[in-house]
Design a binder for this molecule. Structure first.
Ligand code: HEM
Length: 495
């Protein structure tokens, strides 16, 4: 007799369509938490016509599966539209296996935390430039945050200086990224169910998948190729700007020059650099935006952080990374930012490579595994009053960061072999930004570019990446002395 398979609990599936209609489209992370409560389980199962989905509702479940069993939980769902759009070069979307591993190793080698100090100067310059622009036109704070983060990523990878968000590279990258988010809408395209639709030409009825893809393909290609080829050319002429792509070229020429592997390695280098914009710029931007929102909503936190900065840095200079060790409240504020509004509220789905069994439940091969990071970060057992932005929760009685309180970094950057390889870099950018903006400005809701008062709430918009609906823009210099410091900064990198 066949044993009955027991799946994890979850809403009752309907014939044929399973749980397709149960899938939440608004704030899915709240629904995921509700299901965990309703079924009293930290693992929830949903039947979809294309694939099962498993939602993990606790850090323990995520650690047990995505970390301890990472040999089978480290793949990515196959999304046909991502492939059709040629976005499958992005190693964040590659299935687990040798191709992904080779990309990840190359990325890691050139982006290792111990090498990251090479780029601290660029990060600092971009943050300082932000201060100056925000002082001149605070109503554009949101745009300037994005510009600051983007210019860091682009200068670190390609040695390129971007002057505004109208820069050609940025426009291309934004359109290509828009394509990726459209491609990745779960259940958004029939081609995911009827894969033969990918063969229907864009001009024919039923060819909408190709039509959408073809609109974005030139931008995706441009994002991956153009800047890379510019650095390669400069490298061959002996004048490359200092950047990751130049370092990659150096290594490839030294190790593989003239061999049959050279082209393969170059192609890989192109892909990892091309992955950096979507993976690094949007994420860090969202985190910086939610920090600014938190400051306007919790002014008492602002005052505490500023008191620490006044004591440690003083009004004679601007903060830099050498101050970090002496700024525990600022570091706790960075942690609280990541927890309060996690940038990827339900992580980036992993895919399961083999049938598995957990707590007596069967989890079939091919399931998409979704960690409800927001639910974990808003669990009152770990973080009492989770809706309150309170950096003190991370500090001990001695005022130092308390190692016994769970560091949000253990969840918000993902899990296991897929954990974010840019997490140290992203945290560093964020810490520099937070220390500098609080040293110079008092932050309040402000008046927008149309002269209207900004109305704030804690609504998060987006899905895989979420950011605040409104970002405050009331940035007022705290004193003439700090305002003068900002104006006097010398921009050695000519950004
Ligand atoms: C606040 C900033 C950031 C956050 C919150 C963040 C978050 C994440 C998350 C949740 C994942 C998925 C992990 C998983 O699948 O379990 C990820 C993957 C990734 N991140 Fe980040 N990230 C940030 C900054 C960066 C930066 C600055 C870079 C580099 C430029 C970067 C590069 C990547 C890459 C390449 C992947 C794909 C890794 C893979 O699939 O193997 N991230 N990130």
């Amino acid at each position: 007799r066949r044993k009955k398979v027991l799946y994890p609990p979850g809403p009752l599936p309907k014939p044929l369509i399973g749980n397709a209609l149960d899938m939440p489209t608004q704030r899915p992370w709240e629904k995921y938490r509700e299901w965990c409560q309703t079924y009293n389980s930290d693992i929830i199962y949903l039947h979809l016509p294309t694939h099962p989905v498993v939602v993990l509702g606790s850090i323990e479940a995520a650690t047990d599966l995505l970390e301890k069993r990472s040999q089978i939980y480290s793949s990515r769902p196959h999304v046909e539209m991502v492939k059709l759009m040629t976005w499958d070069f992005h190693f964040g979307s590659m299935p687990y296996g040798p191709r992904w591993r080779a990309h990840r190793q190359m990325f890691h080698k050139h982006f290792h935390p111990t090498d990251a100090h090479e780029y601290h100067g660029l990060q600092l310059q971009a943050v300082r430039k932000f201060l100056l622009m925000a002082m001149r036109s605070p109503q554009h704070t949101r745009k300037y945050i994005r510009q600051m983060v983007t210019s860091i990523i682009v200068s670190v990878f390609y040695g390129k200086q971007i002057k505004s968000m109208d820069d050609e590279y940025v426009v291309t990258a934004e359109i290509a990224t828009e394509g990726l988010s459209i491609a990745a809408i779960p259940g958004g395209h029939l081609v995911e169910i009827f894969s033969f639709l990918k063969y229907i030409p864009s001009w024919a009825p039923g060819g909408s998948a190709r039509r959408i893809a073809e609109k974005y393909i030139p931008y995706v290609k441009d994002l991956r190729d153009t800047s890379f080829n510019e650095v390669k050319k400069a490298y061959d002429e002996g004048m490359p700007p200092p950047c990751i792509v130049a370092n990659l070229m150096e290594e490839i020429r030294a190790r593989y020059g003239g061999t049959s592997d050279e082209a393969v390695q170059e192609d890989m280098a192109k892909s990892i650099a091309g992955s950096s914009y979507t993976a690094g710029a949007d994420t860090t931007t969202c985190a910086a935006e939610s920090f600014v929102l938190a400051m306007a909503l919790f002014p008492q936190v602002q005052r505490r952080a500023q008191a620490e900065l006044d004591r440690v840095v003083g009004s004679g200079r601007l903060p830099t990374w050498t101050d970090f060790d002496n700024l525990p409240y600022i570091r706790a504020t960075v942690m609280e930012t990541m927890r309060w509004m996690p940038v990827s509220p339900f992580g980036v789905p992993h895919a399961l490579d083999a049938d598995d069994n957990y707590k007596g439940y069967h989890i079939p091969k091919g399931a998409w595994v979704v960690p409800n990071v927001w639910g974990m970060m808003h669990n009152p057992a770990d973080y009492p009053d989770p809706e309150v932005f309170n950096p003190d929760r991370f500090l001990g009685a001695d005022g130092k960061v308390n190692p016994y309180v769970r560091d949000p970094g253990t969840a918000v950057f993902g899990f296991g072999r897929r954990i974010c390889p840019g997490r140290h870099f992203g945290t560093f950018t964020l810490t520099l930004f937070i220390a500098n903006i609080l040293h110079v400005f008092d932050i309040s809701a402000g008046i927008d570019e149309h002269g209207q008062p900004v109305v704030l709430d804690t609504e998060m918009v987006g899905a895989m990446l979420a950011s605040p609906r409104e970002v405050p823009c009331g940035l007022a210099p705290r004193s003439d002395v700090v305002a003068k410091l900002v104006k006097e900064v010398k921009y050695e990198y000519n950004m």
